[in-house]
Design a protein around this ligand. Structure first.
Ligand code: DX5
Ligand code: ZN
Length: 218
């Protein structure tokens, strides 16, 4: 059984108290902080960027998700502001190999993300060279959406392929993850669960983290 990690999505927190919210996620047992960057082009929304990440980084592993048209131009800013991992979209307009190389040269882990309707094969050529695949389980752009269950077979396809070429690959899922959908994605092969609305909206975040990992609390 794989060790399951929880990555707390800052987009779902009380943004008027973002530093305290990030700290609350870490003390509640979240393994990573997930930082969603949107540029108003790749997705219609604009969220936040490197200066805000810098303000909350260094509390734990910083998992940066770039939903931007040209990620290669951004990786330097996010390296400076504390990213440990940068994940960008296979559908973006940057050269994928160059961008992976640049992320690695700057000392970070590299991830590739795919939208719900992009087939698994789109990431297959890169699996040996990256540390993570992020399977979007909602359309990127907004928190609080419903989980798209048709993405489940894609998680399994990527896990099966990774078993052959890169067994330590993380498979992360993002969108609509809660106590009900977590067991489904874990069964399909995911081992990093992003959660915003469910975690930050929970009465007791510590219990919510445990429930995502399938652990019981005493
Ligand atoms: C959506 C973002 C997600 C979002 C997930 O584009 O990539 O990280 O915060 O939010 P929930 O957990 O609310 O679905
Ligand atoms: Zn995200």
């Amino acid at each position: 059984m794989r060790d399951i990690k929880v990555s707390a999505s800052i987009l779902g927190c009380d943004l008027s108290a973002v530093g305290a919210e990030a700290a609350r996620a870490v003390t509640s047992g979240a393994d990573w902080i997930h930082f969603d960057v949107m540029d108003g082009h790749f997705v219609e929304n604009i969220s936040f960027g490197a200066p805000l990440q810098k303000a909350i980084a260094k509390r734990c592993f910083m998992d940066t998700h770039l939903m931007v048209d040209r990620p290669e131009e951004q990786v330097g800013f996010f390296a400076e502001s504390g990213s440990d991992m940068i994940t960008f979209h296979v559908e973006s307009r940057s050269d994928i190999d160059h961008t992976i190389n640049k992320i690695h040269q700057l000392g970070m882990k590299a991830g590739l993300s795919i939208r719900p309707d992009t087939p698994a094969e789109a990431v297959f050529p890169y699996l040996e060279r990256i540390e993570l695949v992020l399977v979007m389980t909602v359309e990127p752009g907004y928190g609080g959406q419903g989980f798209l269950s048709y993405t489940l077979p894609k998680i399994t396809q990527i896990r099966e392929r990774a078993e052959q070429v890169n067994p330590s690959l993380f498979i992360e899922v993002d969108g609509g993850i809660n106590g009900d959908t977590a067991p489904l994605v874990i069964k399909a092969g995911a081992d990093v669960l992003v959660s915003g609305t469910y975690l930050f909206g929970a009465k007791d975040m510590f219990t919510a983290v445990k429930s995502l990992k399938g652990e019981r609390t005493a």
